[in-house]
Every structure is written in C-alpha cells, then in structure tokens.
Design a protein around this ligand. Structure first.
Ligand code: TYM
Length: 341
C-alpha cells in the first residue's frame, strides 16, 4: 500500500484522544500520552482532544475552553510532534459527528446499554442522564474509523469501547462492502500504567473528575502538592514494599508510579526499601515525580504564553485531519446510498 502524498510505504495509523473534561492527570499520562509519544517514531499518528465527548457531562464553557488549550499545551510539552503528526480538536472536524450519526443507525441499542462506562456514568449523573452518554462509544468508533486507524493506544478502561468500534466496523463492512479497518486496542501492561489507581482509594481507578483531589495526581500540580499527595496516599497494612496489585493495591500503585518515572524495577525497589518503611519510599517517590514533571510543566507554561501559536497549530491540525476525514466520509456516504452533493 502507498500513501497518497509521498508514495512511501504506508505506516500503520494510530489514533487516540483525551476528553478535556478536567485537568489531565497521571493516569492519562501512563495509560495514553506517554505511549503516544513513543509510537510517533514508526506510525502515522492522529491525536485529538475530544471536546464533543466532554460535553456528555456538564462543562462550564470557560472551564472547557481552558482545559482544552491547557491539554493541548501538555500534549506538546510531553513530546507530541504536531509537525510530523496530526494534532487537533474533535469539534474542528465536523466529519466525526456526521459519521457518528451513520454508525448510530447500525449500533444495537442493547449493546450500548450494556457498556460498563455508560452504566457507571448513569448512576453518577442521574440528573443529567442524556442521550450523549449512551451514544458516547459510537462517536468514539467514528473517531477511530474515519482515519482507518490500525491501533488505538488507550488505558484498560477503554477496552470495551474498542470492541464496539470493531463490531461496528465489521457490521458496516458486512452490510455495505469492505470499508473500514478493524482497529486493535494497544494497552500497556498493568505494571506500566494500564490502570493507575486513586491515591486515596487504591481499589478505584484514578480519574480527572474525582471529587477528592487528594486521590488524583494532576500533571500540573505544583511540586509541594505532588509531594503532599504522595505522603498522604493510602497504603496497605504492613510496611514492606512489595508488588501485588490484588493483595496490596496501594503500595503496588505507588511502585508503578516510581518505576514509570525512574525506570527502577520492582525487585530493586523491594530490595532498596526493605526495612525502611513507607515514609522513606514516599519521600523519594515525591521527589522523583517532581523531577520528572517539572520540565513538562515548565514547557507547558511557555507554550500557554503564546496562544496565537497554539491556535495556529490547531488550525493546521484541523486542516490535515479534515482532508483525510472528508475522503473517508464521502466514501461511506456513497456506500450508504446518499446522493453526491
Ligand atoms: P478519557 O479522557 O477518559 O481518558 C483518556 C485516556 O486516559 C486513559 N486513562 C487511564 N489510564 C490508566 N489509568 C487511569 N486511571 C486512566 N484514566 C484514564 C484512558 O484509558 C484513555 O486512554 N473515551 C476516551 C476518549 C476518546 C478516545 C477516542 C480514545 C474519544 N475518542 C478515540 C481513543 C480513540 C476516554 O475515555 O478519554
């Protein structure tokens, strides 16, 4: 296969996104962003901020604007290259909503109602139980299928949504004709952050919308706050350092963070902190997290200082994405039987 523009061998396509429904946190980083950066070498990457998804839960307009721009700056500060790849805002590419509608018309209602995230969010947002929450994974499928993504790097919580995207792709291909690539999820191992847990409740996943900010390590938390959150993190009974995510979720989660930012493996951590207790371990972890995040935070602040440049990047990203998305949507609309415009 050849690319349209260069005639080079086609690189596998990667696509992923994060909702700007709050400030980005360490779970987003380990489950998604860090892997996106690494995959840039040998893939053709599309990285979005999914603002259409974010509004399935009420967002104050000013917060949504701020979180979208701040998250974009964080993408770039973490090492995503908008020149070699495509970075854009979902709502800037209207083809996502258009394909989502078509996919809605082949999506089985029962399957959407059985989605774990829909069931969880329905309980959490009883007062705003809108149709967008139900159709959320269909829009996500549209995001992915529009670019014929081969792989989708996400955290463990997105696995079920990826299965739906594959089902919808297969269903469309069967009903009309071969059109969409079936996307594969790309999920890191647990020990590398597929499911980062809350610092306060280590049996629940860390979430940017947690009502207890002590449970969440935000990427832009000031150094003193990062250290304080780690000091306050819930650990388990006993005081030895040992990796056992089922039996000792608190300390195992902290070990995962430690390994992520220093590269030190679990055996070495266990040996080095034997007999020293949680205090020393947490102090070192706090320091290591601050050292790791400081340059990213500094770069984010610099980028946010030049809004015009960020906006120009977004314009360029939306144009690149639209070019690809439009061609795919035209093909889909033709197959469905819509008359050409
Ligand atoms: P969102 O914003 O909830 O999460 C963004 C990414 O972060 C991962 N993640 C985690 N990984 C490890 N531990 C955690 N505690 C943790 N919390 C979140 C998520 O798995 C995700 O990879 N539906 C998507 C957004 C989306 C999308 C897409 C993703 C919309 N369209 C197309 C891929 C492809 C989501 O949940 O975002």
């Amino acid at each position: 296969m050849a690319t349209e523009t260069t005639g080079e061998a086609r690189r596998p396509v990667i696509l992923s996104g994060i909702q700007p429904s709050g400030r980005l946190m360490f779970g987003n980083y380990l489950g998604a962003m860090r892997n996106w950066v690494r995959m840039q070498e040998d893939h053709d990457c599309f990285y979005m901020l999914v603002d259409l998804h974010a509004i399935t839960v009420w967002q104050k307009p000013a917060d949504l604007r701020r979180n979208t721009l701040e998250s974009l700056a964080l993408y770039l500060a973490a090492g995503i290259d908008p020149e070699r790849h495509t970075v854009f805002i979902q709502s800037h590419v209207p083809e996502h909503s258009e394909l989502a509608w078509i996919l809605n018309c082949i999506a089985p209602l029962g399957q959407l109602q059985r989605m774990t995230q829909f069931k969880d969010k329905s309980l959490k947002h009883e007062k705003n139980l809108n149709a967008g929450l139900l159709n959320y994974p269909v829009l996500m499928a549209a995001d992915i299928l529009l670019y014929n993504a081969d792989k989708v790097p996400v955290g463990e919580d997105q696995k079920q949504h990826l299965e739906l995207a594959r089902d919808l792709a297969g269903r469309f291909n069967h009903l009309y004709s071969e059109t969409f690539t079936l996307p594969e999820p790309w999920i890191p191992p647990r020990s590398e952050g597929a499911r980062v847990m809350s610092l306060q409740e280590p049996t629940a996943k860390m979430s940017k919308s947690d009502t207890d900010p002590n449970g969440v390590l935000f990427l832009l938390d000031p150094p003193a706050e990062i250290k304080a959150k780690i000091r306050r993190a819930v650990t388990d009974s006993g005081d030895s350092i040992g990796y056992d995510p089922e039996g000792r979720p608190g300390v195992s989660n902290l070990m995962t963070l430690f390994k992520a930012v220093t590269g030190e493996d679990f055996a070495s951590l266990e040996a080095r902190f034997a007999g020293k207790g949680y205090g020393a371990f947490k102090e070192e972890l706090g320091e290591a997290l601050v050292a790791y995040l400081s340059p990213i935070q500094q770069r984010t602040r610099e980028l946010l200082g030049d809004k015009a440049q960020l906006e120009a990047l977004l314009k360029q990203g939306a144009e690149k994405a639209r070019w690809r998305a439009r061609r795919m949507l035209d093909k889909v609309q033709r197959k469905v039987g819509f008359l050409p415009r």
